[in-house]
Structure formats: C-alpha cells, structure tokens
Ligand binder design. Structure first.
Ligand SMILES: NC(=O)c1ccc[n+]([C@@H]2O[C@H](COP(=O)([O-])OP(=O)(O)OC[C@H]3O[C@@H](n4cnc5c(N)ncnc54)[C@H](O)[C@@H]3O)[C@@H](O)[C@H]2O)c1
Length: 350
C-alpha cells in the first residue's frame, strides 16, 4: 500500500485525499501552515500532522506527495520533494513561472523520480474517449477551445470581494485570472489533443480595479497548418452552458474525417453530470453521443496517478506537460501586452 503525504489542506485537497483513499492508498502524513486545517484532515485519517512541509519530506514512510499549496510555492516544495526522492503529484499550474516549471521538470528527469501535474480534465471518460478517437481521425485541422466560468460579481458596479486585498485572492492562490484558472486546464487539453502551438497571438481584457484578466483570447498556430481559437472568460451569464449553470466549457476539434465536440462539467461537482462527447463522421454524417456514467474526474485522476506510480509508468500529464501550459500562459500574456503574435520557444527544445 502506498503511503501518501498531503502538503496543503485547503479547498482542492479533499479531491486528492478522498481520491487516494478510494484507490486504496493510505494517507500517512498531512501538512498545512494553518495547523487547524492540517489537524482536521489528520484526524480523519489517523495521519501524522505537520505545519512544515519538510517534515513530510523527511518522513521515511511517505512515498508520494500531493503538492496542493498556492502555485507560487510549488517550485520550492516540488524541488525539495524530488531531492528527497518522493514521487510528486503537483496541482496545476505546475508553477507561476515557466522557467520554474522547466526547472521542476528537469529535476524530476535528472532524479528519475515520478513527477506529475494534476490536470484532472484529461480524466473524464469523455476526454479519454476523444483521445482514443482522435488517434484514428487524422491530424487536427481546426480547434476551438473555450472556458467560460460564471462570475457575475465581476460585472457589477462595486466589485466587492475582488478588490478588498492586493494581490487579490485569485492572484495569490493561482497566479492570475481567467487565463490561469480555467484557461490552464483548456490549454492542457489543447496540446494533448492537437500538439504544441508554434506561435500565439493573445488578447487580454480586464477592468479598472482588477489585478487580473477577466477574459483572454488567443489565436494558436497548431501543427499541420491548423488554427486554434482559445477563449477564457469570466462572464455574467448564470444559466449558460451544457449544464445550464453558467459553466460553459467546450472544445470543438475538426479533422478531415470528422468532428468532436467535448462539453465538460462544473469543476467541483463533477459527479453530478457526465462530460459529454459528440462525434460526427464526415463521410457518413453519422453522429454518436458518448454519455458515460458521471464520475468524479479527480478520483479517476488519483487512481491513475497511483497506478502509474506503483507500476513505475511515467506520469501523465507529466511535469513537462505542466511546463508546456505555463509557457503557453506566459507567452499568450506577453503577446497580449506587446500587441503582436509571438513564436513559442520551448525550454526542452521540442
Ligand atoms: N484542478 C483544479 O481544478 C483546481 C481548482 C482549484 C485549485 N487548484 C490548484 O490547487 C492549488 C491549491 O489551491 P486551493 O484552491 O486549494 O487553495 P487554498 O488557498 O484553499 O489552499 C491552499 C492551502 O495551502 C496552505 N499553504 C500555503 N502555503 C503553504 C506551505 N508553504 N506549506 C504548507 N501549506 C501551505 C494554505 O494554508 C491553504 O490551506 C493551487 O495550485 C491551485 O491552482 C486546482
């Protein structure tokens, strides 16, 4: 049985510890700088409790750690975990800086230690089916990818909570707004399905009083001459989207032989409805809807991370996959600021 360390016991942590528990691992040591947060999880599992992540890394019982602290702390904690020989599952984004993410990926490679980036949207059965179908459909010719999340408060006069502290809560926890939060997941799916863009042209929109983007769009130059359109948007429409709950996230992927439409579901309630995949065959016009049972994609993710770690298979998404997303985020933002398209330069030379 694999002994798990949980570093960071905030909002996202329950998806990790419950997922590992369900998959048969043991939560052995939990840590948070807020002692009460760590204690609550420790009590639940009879696990050791610490307020310093180094105590988890020094614990010989722990084999695999989930790093669930704000993204700005991931570099330090992941590098220390890899140096201690612990397998790592790091929540997205791998860090808040592509150079730091490349450093983590290189360190994992050099040490030969398991290091994954947690992008759970790859783990919806519908997302996995899309990957399987694409393997037979030929290269992507066009891709449209959007993540629209409902934040009506961003559109009222006062802005309320969003302006109370600087940096604001999303900047402290995630490193940014629409592009980093929802956009990172979608950029992970974009490069998983269509390959790495070679060039991007970004456009970012904010409003006075905000220290993050409310919307980011980008044109992506994809392999085989394909074009990708990317949109991340914190919008005011409370009933938009496939679930009619404001969560309006989808990918439309076209190849010469057909089209896939993937609709995802509200991120923190993924067991309510299944993600939906629709396949249209170009030659016959036949349309197939894949409606899998609703599953918690985080739990599927933890089970797969654990399986790979235990059998010694490379992680997926890897630290390098996490780096790719962080490099895309940085270059799209840079391109938006410069007002011009920019070539992608990849730290791993690919
Ligand atoms: N996959 C997703 O859909 C998704 C959704 C939300 C958040 N996330 C990611 O999860 C991570 C955490 O986000 P969250 O929403 O849980 O934030 P959070 O603020 O709720 O929790 C972070 C926790 O880390 C603790 N912490 C901070 N620094 C620490 C340190 N040095 N050592 C130990 N503990 C420390 C804080 O006290 C807090 O309890 C972020 O990287 C975020 O981007 C991913």
């Amino acid at each position: 049985m694999t002994n798990i360390g949980i570093i960071g016991c905030g909002g996202i942590s329950r998806f990790h510890y419950e997922g590992y528990e369900k998959a048969g691992a043991r939560i052995a040591h939990v840590c948070d700088v807020r002692p009460e947060a760590a204690q609550a999880v420790g009590d639940r599992y009879g696990a050791k409790v610490s307020t310093d992540y180094r105590a988890v890394l020094d614990d010989p019982e722990v084999a695999l750690v989930s790093v669930l602290t704000p993204s700005s702390t991931h570099r330090e904690i992941c590098l220390a975990a890899l140096a201690a020989g612990k397998g790592v599952v790091c929540e997205k984004t791998l860090s808040d800086d592509p150079a730091a993410s490349a450093e983590i990926a290189r360190a994992a490679e050099a040490a030969g230690v398991f290091c994954a980036t947690a992008y759970m949207k790859r783990h919806f059965p519908a997302s996995q089916q899309a990957k399987r179908l694409l393997a037979e459909m030929g290269p992507v010719t066009s891709l449209y990818a959007r993540t629209w999340q409902p934040y009506a408060e961003l559109w009222d006069e006062t802005l309320g909570e969003w302006t109370k502290e600087r940096p604001s809560a999303p900047v402290r926890a995630y490193g940014g707004g629409a592009l980093v939060c929802g956009g990172s997941h979608i950029l992970d799916l974009v490069h998983w399905y269509a390959g790495r863009p070679s060039r991007v042209c970004g456009h970012m929109a904010t409003r006075e009083g905000l220290d993050f983007d409310r919307a980011t769009n980008a044109l992506l130059w994809l392999p085989h001459g394909a074009a990708g359109h990317f949109e991340a948007h914190w919008h005011p429409l409370q009933f938009a989207g496939y679930e009619r709950n404001g969560w309006d996230e989808r990918l439309e992927i076209t190849t010469a032989s057909g089209r896939l439409d993937l609709y995802t579901v509200l991120w923190h309630a993924p067991e309510r409805n299944p993600a939906l995949l629709v396949h249209q065959d170009a030659a016959s016009g036949k349309v197939t809807e894949y409606r899998f049972p609703a599953v918690n994609a985080f739990h599927a993710e933890m089970a797969e991370m654990l399986r790979r770690f235990e059998v010694g298979e490379p992680p997926e998404p890897s630290a390098w996959d996490g780096y790719v997303v962080d490099q895309l985020i940085a270059t799209i933002a840079e391109s938006a600021q410069a007002g011009e398209a920019m070539d992608m330069e990849w730290a791993d030379g690919k």
